[in-house]
Design a protein around this ligand. Structure first.
Ligand code: WT7
Length: 656
């Protein structure tokens, strides 16, 4: 990356000191960094004391067979016992584990730890009756309802690794995942509510399972009451076999490295990778980071991760981390605009949410809808905000801080991955002065570096590849059934040094703080200058008329690659038609030139009504690249809304 580009990225001068009151009572102080630096292993050993172990470990980390890590070797524990039973035993049976909010108005349930324990035991007994044994895989394809959490914990309780497949995935995606991990039982529901209407799930399961002859049982929760096809002998209703089962179930302790779950995520090839997480280290990593980064006070906080349980964010910070910590969480089934665009803020007001954790894409959507909407609700209960999933551009960060956080809540920009299992790079709320756009530093006990092609640290002020230089407790252990691909994907790039290659570009600013620059495959090379898509998007979004932007590098005869931008305008910018699109496009190009340098000026800017996004909210730049390079648009099946590409193509042909 050129020095000019990097210098421009560091022009962010704003700093937000931790609120004094938070700092005075913070769970974690700056001392944690020193402690971990002195002895990283002892640091994680202490973190492991947070959990209740049936048998204590004898070795904290066994890295002899690197990159295959073993944490807390010799230790035994049960995850469900740690997440539920022990809190009940501690007299917290009446404490609310989840304030669950269904999408239809007034469809809510509060589930206490005591109730959760009973349900998990019932579901565990039902799974055992269905023949599920320790080590068997169970696929879960569910809406955001309490039974989804119960199903996961029941699997964990009996040592049957689950693979949760996001409910928005197609039947063929579900089929591939069931086949890849050879699941024999599938847990699903008739459907869930989305955008004000029941959305069926069971038909996709029926279709998938018709090609999975080894699936012997499908356990179905009745959520929407819609009609379902029924295969006798295979399909069973949850209310028949779970709700009638015994609430007594003795949890067996499993070895620390016993598989807990497999979560599929896309790689550079077409075949999804089955990320394997195991028991002890994963629960240590998620519970510690949930407590440290969100400054969780289990007695008073109301925590809300506004993500789907079908993604790792939901696994680690709706289910395992918060429950291990005995937290009270909010869980919401539906979309943010149902029945109106203020739904989230209404939920925060109603339950007095104190900590909100969501994605920049959501924040930018709220920006587009306008600040008047959150302003109508009382958000004064909030004390801390989090962001995850992609770099948060400074404008979104500031908007979030001001309009949601009332300028009093610190923003935790948390970098991590499905593979890392736990938060890795983030500010600490009582310690770090936040910089909009920077995820700041590796957390205590985590070692990250930014290196060049040779694996040498680039030093402050320079850009390179993000690597993790030491193993961490919640790290992936392998790719399900594919140790070779695990080694190739993550460990081959910097094999000599033994570093984990994250696939992200990053730079260190003059203070040594980390700025994530997007996936390395999203870095463009224009006339020999390396440019980050993220950086140009951020520049575009910093223009008052732009709500959201996506940038791709498209082949260009002259410059190698050229910058192609797609922008969504803010609602107010469309009103009145005061400005012709041509003038606006020139203005935006000039704006980028002003923010970054003439080299970054997009060659083309298309105003579009929507951007193509996956159901997890990631922009599918691959499709935009197809448009920019005048190719037929490739596979659109993983788009949240497959009509988006048609709208974009229409916009181009009509010359908009
Ligand atoms: C990739 C991992 C971890 C849960 C959600 C996504 C990007 C994630 C940040 C952040 C910059 C981020 C990275 C990473 N990413 N968080 N705070 N700042 N980039 O999980 O689907 O496994 O994606 O998301 O590119 O590699 P995932």
């Amino acid at each position: 990356m050129s020095d000019e580009t990097l210098a421009n990225l560091s022009h962010e001068e704003r700093r937000f000191e931790p609120p004094q009151d938070l700092a005075d009572h913070a769970n974690v102080t700056a001392e944690a960094y020193d402690e971990a630096d002195r002895d990283r292993i002892a640091f994680w050993e202490k973190a492991a004391e947070r959990l209740s172990w049936d048998t204590r470990w004898d070795t904290v980390l066994d890295w002899d067979d690197a990159p295959f890590a073993k944490w807390f070797v010799g230790g035994k524990l049960n995850v469900a016992h740690n997440c539920v039973d022990r809190h009940v035993a501690d007299g917290k049976g009446d404490k609310v584990a989840f304030h669950w909010v269904g999408e239809p108005d007034d469809d809510t349930r509060d589930i206490t730890y005591g109730e959760l324990k009973d349900s998990v035991c019932q579901a565990a007994n039902a799974l055992v009756d269905l023949g599920v044994e320790k080590g068997d895989r169970v696929a879960i394809y569910m809406p955001m309802i309490p039974e989804t959490v119960v199903a996961m914990l029941a699997c964990a309780r009996i040592g049957a690794p689950h693979t949760v497949v996001f409910g928005g995935f197609s039947s063929s995606a579900l089929r591939d995942r069931i086949q890849d991990c050879d699941a024999r039982v599938v847990i699903t529901a008739d459907g869930g509510y989305r955008r004000g209407a029941p959305a069926a799930l069971k038909p996709a399961v029926d279709e998938a399972v018709s090609q999975c002859p080894d699936v012997r049982s499908v356990l179905v929760v009745r959520r929407t009451g819609q009609d379902v096809e029924w295969t006798d002998g295979r399909d069973v209703w949850w209310h028949d076999v779970v709700e009638g089962a015994s609430t007594e179930h003795t949890a067996e302790a499993f070895e620390s490295e016993h598989p807990l779950y497999v979560m599929y995520t896309s790689g550079t090839t077409g075949k999804p990778k089955g990320i394997l997480h195991t028991t002890g280290g994963y629960l240590v990593g998620t519970s510690y980071t949930h407590w440290a980064v969100f400054d969780l006070k289990p007695e008073t906080d109301i925590f809300w991760t506004a993500a789907d349980i079908g993604w790792v964010t939901g696994h680690s910070y709706i289910v395992y981390g918060p429950l291990a910590n005995g937290a009270t969480s909010v869980m919401y089934e539906g979309t943010p605009d149902t029945p109106h665009k203020g739904r989230w803020w209404e939920i925060i007001e109603k339950y007095g949410v104190t900590i909100l954790y969501c994605a920049p894409t959501a924040i930018r959507t709220f920006m587009k809808w306008g600040k008047e909407i959150p302003a109508r609700a009382d958000l004064s209960s909030l004390r801390l905000l989090g962001s995850v999933g992609e770099p948060i551009n400074p404008e979104a960060y500031i908007w979030y801080r001001e309009n949601i956080g009332g300028n009093r809540c610190p923003v935790m920009d948390t970098w991590w991955q499905t593979e890392t299992g736990q938060l890795m790079i983030s500010p600490l709320p009582g310690v770090t002065a936040g910089k909009p756009g920077s995820a700041m530093k590796a957390l205590p006990g985590i070692s990250a570096e930014v290196v060049d092609d040779e694996g040498e640290p680039v030093g402050n002020g320079r850009g390179g590849y993000l690597v993790l230089t030491e193993p961490w407790p919640a790290m992936l252990r392998t790719l399900w059934g594919d140790d070779e691909r695990f080694k190739e994907t993550y460990w081959q790039r910097f094999e000599k040094q033994g570093y984990y290659f994250a696939g992200d570009g990053a730079k260190l600013d003059d203070d040594g703080d980390i700025w994530l620059l997007g996936r390395v495959d999203d870095v463009m090379n224009v006339s020999g200058h390396r440019l980050s898509t993220t950086e140009i998007e951020s520049a575009l979004v910093s223009h008052p008329r732009v709500a959201e932007a996506a940038v791709v590098g498209a082949k260009d005869e002259q410059t190698g690659q050229a910058v192609n931008a797609f922008v969504i305008l803010r609602e107010s910018a469309l009103e009145g038609g005061e400005e012709a699109p041509d003038d606006l496009i020139k203005e935006l190009r000039d704006h980028v030139a002003k923010e970054i340098g003439a080299i970054a000026k997009p060659k083309s800017i298309l105003v579009v009504p929507e951007l193509p996004k996956t159901r997890s909210g990631k922009i599918m730049r691959r499709l935009l690249k197809d448009v920019a390079e005048n190719r037929d648009v490739g596979d659109v099946t993983t788009l949240a809304d497959s009509g988006v590409m048609d709208q974009i193509s229409e916009g181009i042909s009509s010359g908009k």
